[in-house]
Design a protein around this ligand. Structure first.
Ligand SMILES: N[C@@H](CCC(=O)N[C@@H](CS)C(=O)NCC(=O)O)C(=O)O
Length: 214
């Protein structure tokens, strides 16, 4: 298995966590998002992922992009340990939490979106930071409310074991902390993150532990 990854990419970080939780060895192929205008935008990489985003994943059968699709593929092809609950309602809840992050928070703060705002709308560094913080705060408020009210929440986002939702939560917290967001303001997010980051699968997926870490 190959994972096209960038050490600081939170979408790639999600997949690294899932691979580690399942104990699946993989080859990390670094794609530098900044060097030379971004290796993700060059033809060699677009042949693997036409969207020009990391991560991408390859095994003997398939080339895939989209962290959620990759993780669900891993879940179906390597069901143990399970990263989705046994019951339909539980699975839907885990996907709901993951998508609050993957659909409602992350895309707004992606490198190419920030780059577009700077280039075409004259956003300066301060404006960029404010934009970023705004969408994190909106998103974390919503995620925190979901976690606080849902009966499925346990020590992890859902129950007693890490699920796909935890694979998404931890990288987004890492990202937010880079932009000086006070995560302590979100007690459930903070608590779950603190629990997860102590686990070996999460530790070895951390951006500071990658072959391309700078
Ligand atoms: N929805 C995609 C998002 C992928 C994505 O946005 N990746 C970012 C890094 S976290 C990226 O490659 N950004 C490069 C760019 O914006 O040019 C997924 O979940 O895999």
């Amino acid at each position: 298995m190959k994972l096209y990854t960038y050490f600081r990419s939170s979408a790639a970080y999600r997949v690294r966590i899932a691979l580690n939780l399942k104990g699946l060895p993989y080859e990390a192929v670094p794609v530098h998002l900044l060097r030379g205008g971004g290796e993700q935008l060059q033809d060699a990489y677009r042949n693997i992922n036409p969207s020009g985003l990391v991560p991408s994943f390859q095994d003997d059968w398939i080339t895939l992009s989209q962290s959620m699709a990759i993780i669900e593929y891993l879940e179906e092809t390597h069901p143990q340990p399970a990263l989705l609950p046994q019951d339909a309602a539980g699975r839907a809840r885990v996907r709901e939490l993951a998508q609050v992050i993957a659909c409602d928070i992350h895309p707004l703060n992606n490198l190419r979106v920030l780059g577009y705002l700077v280039k075409h709308h004259g956003l300066d560094e301060q404006g960029k930071k404010e934009w970023y913080r705004h969408w994190i705060i909106e998103g974390f408020r919503s995620l925190e409310a979901h976690l606080a009210r849902d009966p499925g929440a346990g020590p992890f986002c859902h129950g007693d074991h890490p699920t796909i939702a935890d694979c998404f939560l931890v990288p987004q917290v890492f990202n937010a902390q880079r932009f000086d967001i006070d995560v302590a303001a979100y007690p459930n997010i903070c608590r779950i993150n603190s629990l997860c980051i102590e686990l070996p699968a999460f530790k070895s997926a951390h951006p500071s532990q990658q072959p391309d870490t700078e």
